[in-house]
Write a protein of this length. Structure first.
Length: 703
């Protein structure tokens, strides 16, 4: 591909960012301004025009979904696939480096990665041992993650005294947690980055080798990096300082995960010679939506000013609707969706309902079901977190790394083998006495000469695991190994059909992977990677919607105490983050944005009076319609929306049925509604579009 054709698809600012290949570059990319396009084109430009070896470019982002999309786009641009590209999430890139270098820190290369659930299980067992209330495990896990995001390990925490809210009991748990991880040859998510940083800082020769390997560094979603991720990015940057970071301080919404929007300022200080490019042309929303969102975010101080503009001038005003309670609000949203759908302009997959907290979804789901609207709650349990999948992955982890006590304890009595909590406690005590792992202790007991109840219980389990370990070393495929695990452990017996289908999907998805590769895929997978399109309304939190877009967006519960959240109202920095969260939600909308709040809402088992969000007053008045939703009335009306219609499940012309009209030919029924003696249908005819017809007079023929 020639330079001209590569750059021809880009606007002036995007092109300038792509061709800047020498020295540090900060790209401030406004919402919907094509930042992913810039990164992928820059990657392709370096490879195809500047002739940089593909494996000399490293690009880091936050989700596997984004990384895979970038990889596909790059390969499409250059016209061929490349193996070994360093293009992935921060955690995946760090994992790849540690598989080479982790032995310097006393771990083995076959270390296992603990996800959040694994880490919490380990913390709970430590709390139980220390006699500390187990219910505290989530708070402790969160605090450990927060400290690691700031590069504060147990030693730094011990040395800090009271500098980091020092607590003696917590310190003991933190120290023990890290010791147990090492004993299990395991790393948690945050360790992947902190250990990579430690190696680079402790072994300059290793870092120098990577500087030779990588000539260009790119970081996506830079505003969401934490201290550890920024340090990693900075360390990887060699003497040439060919580092490009892309982000938007207005979209920094993960402060609770340790993200620090100040990293943008730090980058400017660390690289004073940088070039700054702003991407301000929006390719997503109408100008009205952009003006409304810009009016809100402009109230945040210390931000980098940007003026977003689009060629989509005008557009529907933002709807601001309030109802008497949350049930009326949910019904209003459901009816509005049906009305827009019945107009034929949008499919159900074009709609998203956003909210601040997960509990808000319940009443919205009820309204969707009541009105026969297909929907899906996004951001729930991911594929690899489903019980049956997690069980089998835990078996594979133990086969690969028998030191992994967390995975071992999960599977030792799954399916039931009579090895309950009391037996596990005995095994743990024996393991501590001999300073050995649990599986090694089980091996010794199973191989001993003395007969005992404990020996009889565990002998078969040990034999099964050892046989599977032997099989894994032979040249068999991953699907074959998983099938062996299911059969030899007895797990396959009595599995429900739905769970069996998931296990079959695991087998299919493992094709072409090796054992370590599959385990890493499962460990590094997040529920955000599972988002995909379909003909259903998407319900999700505002934090989950980052990076997505929809023609029609509803934001529910735009009330003080929800948005902004009551925890943030008295904290200036958190209030600014809540405003950014609202801004992110607003800028997901392409055509229509509808904001709603309720005068009364049931919170914490009591009906509470609500006030509209202070953010609503920041929307320029010329950008929105203000609507009071009356109980029993139809949904909001405008030149876009049609009157509401009653849904009739018993229509003889079901949705999806093909019909023939004497004048307009063949079409497909899109909707059925009305009274039983006067059923009406919405039919999509390719020749003329959507038509609303009465079955009494339309003379339709069912095909």
């Amino acid at each position: 591909m020639t330079r001209h054709t590569l750059l021809d698809d880009l606007n002036l600012q995007q092109r300038e960012a792509v061709i800047h290949t020498k020295g540090p570059l900060l790209i401030l990319a406004g919402a919907g301004s094509g930042k992913t396009r810039v990164i992928t084109y820059k990657f392709a430009y370096l490879m195809d025009v500047v002739n940089v070896p593909p494996t000399s470019i490293i690009a880091m982002t936050f989700t596997n979904k984004a990384a895979n999309e970038m990889r596909e786009r790059v390969e499409k641009l250059v016209g061929k696939s490349h193996k070994g590209l360093w293009l992935g999430t921060f955690h995946a890139i760090s994992n790849r480096i540690l598989r080479r270098e982790v032995e310097r820190l006393g771990f083995k290369r076959d270390f296992v990665i603990y996800d959040e659930d694994d880490s919490c299980s380990l913390i709970r067992s430590i709390l139980k041992e220390f006699g500390v209330h187990e219910a505290l495990y989530k708070g402790i896990a969160s605090k450990i993650a927060s400290l690691k995001a700031s590069l504060i390990g147990p030693q730094e925490f011990l040395e800090s005294g009271s500098g980091f809210d020092f607590d003696e009991k917590f310190t003991k748990v933190y120290v023990r947690y890290q010791d147990e991880l090492k004993r299990n040859n395991a790393l948690d998510f945050d360790d992947l980055i902190i250990h990579t940083v430690r190696i680079f800082e402790k072994y300059p020769d290793v870092l120098k080798r990577y500087h030779k390997e990588f000539s260009h560094i790119m970081v996506d979603e830079f505003q969401d990096t934490n201290i550890a991720q920024y340090r990693l990015s900075k360390l990887l940057t060699g003497e040439q300082k060919n580092v490009c970071v892309v982000g938007d301080d207005d979209q920094s919404i993960y402060r609770f995960r340790g993200a620090d929007v100040r990293n943008i300022i730090a980058f400017e200080k660390d690289f004073p010679e940088l070039k700054l490019i702003k991407l301000e042309q929006n390719y997503r929303s109408t100008q009205t939506i952009l003006d409304a969102a810009s009016g809100v975010i402009a109230q945040n101080p210390w931000r980098k000013p940007k003026k977003l503009w689009t060629e989509r001038n005008g557009g529907e005003k933002v709807y601001h609707c309030f109802t008497d309670d949350e049930n009326e609000e949910a019904r209003h949203i459901a009816k509005s969706i049906r009305e827009l759908y019945l107009k034929g302009q949008y499919s159900y997959g074009d709609f998203a309902i956003l909210y601040r907290t997960n509990f808000q979804s319940r009443v919205l789901e009820e309204a969707m079901r009541l009105h026969g609207i297909p929907y899906r709650v996004i951001g729930g349990v991911s594929f690899y977190q489903r019980k049956e999948i997690k069980d089998i992955i835990s078996y594979l982890k133990v086969i690969n790394n028998p030191h992994d006590s967390v995975s071992l304890k999960r599977i030792v009595n799954c399916p039931p083998r009579g090895i309950g909590d009391a037996t596990i406690a005995k095994l743990e005590n024996e393991a501590k006495k001999g300073s050995r792992g649990i599986f090694e202790t089980m091996r010794r007991i199973a191989g001993g000469s003395a007969s005992s109840t404990l020996k009889n219980k565990i002998a078969d389990f040990v034999k099964t695991i050892e046989e599977l370990m032997l099989m894994a070393r032979r040249e068999i495929t991953m699907p074959q190994l998983i099938q062996l695990v299911l059969e030899k452990t007895g797990y396959i017996k009595g599995v429900e059909e739905e769970r069996l289908e998931n296990l079959m999907e695991l087998i299919n998805s493992s094709e072409g992977k090796d054992l370590q590769g599959l385990i890493d895929t499962a460990s590094l997978f997040s529920n955000l990677d599972e988002l995909h399109a379909g003909n259903f309304v998407s319900l999700m939190t505002l934090h989950t919607v980052k990076g997505l877009e929809f023609p029609v967006v509803f934001i529910s519960g735009v009330e003080d105490g929800l948005l902004p959240h009551f925890h943030a109202i008295k904290n200036e920095d958190e209030l600014h983050e809540e405003r950014r969260l609202f801004y992110v939600g607003m800028t997901r909308a392409k055509d229509i944005l509808i904001l709603s709040w309720a005068k009364k809402r049931r919170l914490y088992n009591s009906l509470q009076e609500r006030e509209p969000s202070r953010f609503l007053n920041e929307i320029p008045s010329e950008c929105y319609h203000h609507i009071k939703r009356q109980p029993g009335a139809t949904a909001i009306t405008s030149r876009v929306l049609a009157p509401a219609a009653d849904f009739l499940d018993s229509s003889p012309f079901a949705v999806g049925v093909r019909v023939r009209h004497p004048k307009w030919g063949t079409g497909v029924v899109r909707e059925s509604y009305g009274e039983s003696n006067d059923i009406k249908v919405m039919v999509n005819f390719p020749s003329v579009g959507i038509k609303r017809l009465s079955l009494r007079f339309a003379n339709l023929e069912k095909l």
